[in-house]
Design a protein around this ligand. Structure first.
Ligand SMILES: [Zn+2]
Length: 162
């Protein structure tokens, strides 16, 4: 494919190599071929959810969250006091985490609370540890409320805090 310049014919090591015209043409053809530009085509095809899919998922305990529309385990749906529709646990926890206050206490560990709910608290040596503990505390609190047949209040909105 490569041809040497004339110098090589004189017995010296060539300093310049040139691509032969044939090779250049072939290379250009190769690079210009459409499929080379595209690379490869994705072979995943999306299809609409069928009634059968829905039934299969429902049988497995998966439902659509009426609030956020995510597919969630039916057991994770929460009936909130005064709410028009149920919301899922993930959504509730996320919303609660937007309403927290974190502080450093004497032994330099962190403590985090959800505004308006003194029963929920997280504590940890690091922020992450503290946050993790808070999430667990929220989940535990929800489970206790449900076990005791107590309602789960709507989360206050950020405006309520002002
Ligand atoms: Zn949801």
């Amino acid at each position: 494919m490569m041809i040497r310049d004339r110098a090589s014919e004189m017995g010296r090591a060539p300093e310049v190599y040139q691509l032969s015209d044939t090779f250049k043409t072939r290379l250009e053809d190769f690079l210009n071929r459409k499929e080379m530009k595209i690379g490869y085509q994705a072979s995943i095809r999306l299809r609409k959810e069928t009634e059968e899919d829905r039934q299969r998922l429902a049988a497995a305990g998966m439902v659509l969250c009426p609030s956020c529309g995510d597919r969630v385990p039916k057991s994770s749906l929460l009936r909130l006091q005064g709410a028009e529709k149920d919301c899922c646990l993930t959504e509730y926890v996320h919303a609660a985490l937007k309403l927290t206050k974190i502080s450093v206490i004497e032994d330099e560990s962190y403590i985090e609370i959800v505004n308006g709910n003194p029963e929920v608290v997280g504590k940890g040596k690091t922020r992450d540890e503290c946050r993790h503990a808070l999430v667990e505390s929220i989940k535990k609190w929800i489970a206790t409320q449900q076990q005791n047949g107590l309602t789960i209040p709507l989360l206050p909105t950020a405006e309520d805090e002002l």
